[in-house]
Design a protein. Structure first.
Length: 272
């Protein structure tokens, strides 16, 4: 019996068809990424949901989706934009309820510009929290009702603590924190943010989801694990201190390398 954590992956339904045996061989968590586009959420997504249920028959891991994010932020000051974002998130939560997903990834509103200007403009920190709460108000209630948690993923976040404060401001089990290792490595290499493991320490037990991708600190590479320069031993040492059991989701561009990424972590004695 091993005590190593079991990694899952982010996939579209087409990827699930290819990697189904790998996914079902262990209780691997899955993040479906087939319900991100507005055209899909505005259309008849029921056949996609039915396909998902059939493909995942026998799946023993936890199921989540990546929520919509293209073309908007969750902290817009424009009420009309907030209404559209709220609608899109509610559509995605309907998908979650239909397929039994219990987690949805959403994107942080903070940018590298924010880091240097939040305290340059009076009340800016409070305004971002206020606008985000207005945007997510209905979605948080819906998530609570269906037993789902929305996890806020770092995008440009230079401050590893800022999303934790945002999540805490909701005082709800339906809002928690996500970390994308490649985004954190980019922030570390390009904007002088702390290393990836510091993001894990900062999130603590508010961390319920992590995107595992490798990078070199220059761009959002989404390389297979082991191809960049992230210090994985430090990351997993930080994860080992948590009780929150975050979903460990391999999210890489070349989906054919998902099993190889898991094997890389296994070769280091970090995960299986």
């Amino acid at each position: 019996m091993t005590s190593l954590p079991i990694v899952g992956a982010a996939m579209t339904l087409a990827d699930v068809e290819i990697h189904r045996d790998w996914l079902l061989a262990k209780p691997r968590d899955l993040e479906l990424q087939s319900f991100v586009e507005a055209d899909i959420l505005n259309g008849d997504w029921a056949p996609l949901a039915e396909r998902a249920r059939k493909l995942l028959d026998g799946h023993q891991g936890r199921l989540g989706i990546h929520g919509p994010f293209w073309g908007f932020i969750i902290a817009s000051q424009d009420p009309d934009i907030r209404a559209v974002v709220s609608k899109r998130l509610m559509q995605a939560l309907d998908v979650c309820a239909n397929i039994g997903a219990t987690q949805m990834v959403i994107h942080s509103p903070y940018t590298s510009w924010s880091y240097n200007n939040l305290d340059n403009n009076k009340g800016e920190r409070e305004k971002i929290i206020e606008y985000t709460q207005l945007t997510l108000k209905d979605a948080v209630k819906r998530a609570e009702d269906i037993g789902l948690t929305m996890v806020i993923e770092n995008i440009e976040d230079k401050d590893p603590y800022i999303r934790v404060g945002l999540a805490d401001s909701f005082n709800s089990p339906a809002v928690a924190v996500s970390i994308d290792t490649g985004h954190a490595q980019y922030a570390h290499g390009y904007t002088g943010a702390p290393p990836v493991d510091y993001y894990v320490h900062a999130a603590g037990n508010r961390l319920q989801h992590i995107h595992l991708q490798d990078a070199d600190g220059y761009a959002d590479r989404h390389w297979s694990l082991g191809e960049g320069n992230i210090h994985w031993r430090a990351v997993f040492a930080a994860l080992a201190k948590l009780d929150s059991n975050p979903r460990l989701i391999i999210e890489i561009k070349d989906k054919s390398k998902i099993p190889a990424s898991a094997a890389y972590l296994a070769s280091l004695g970090l995960a299986e």
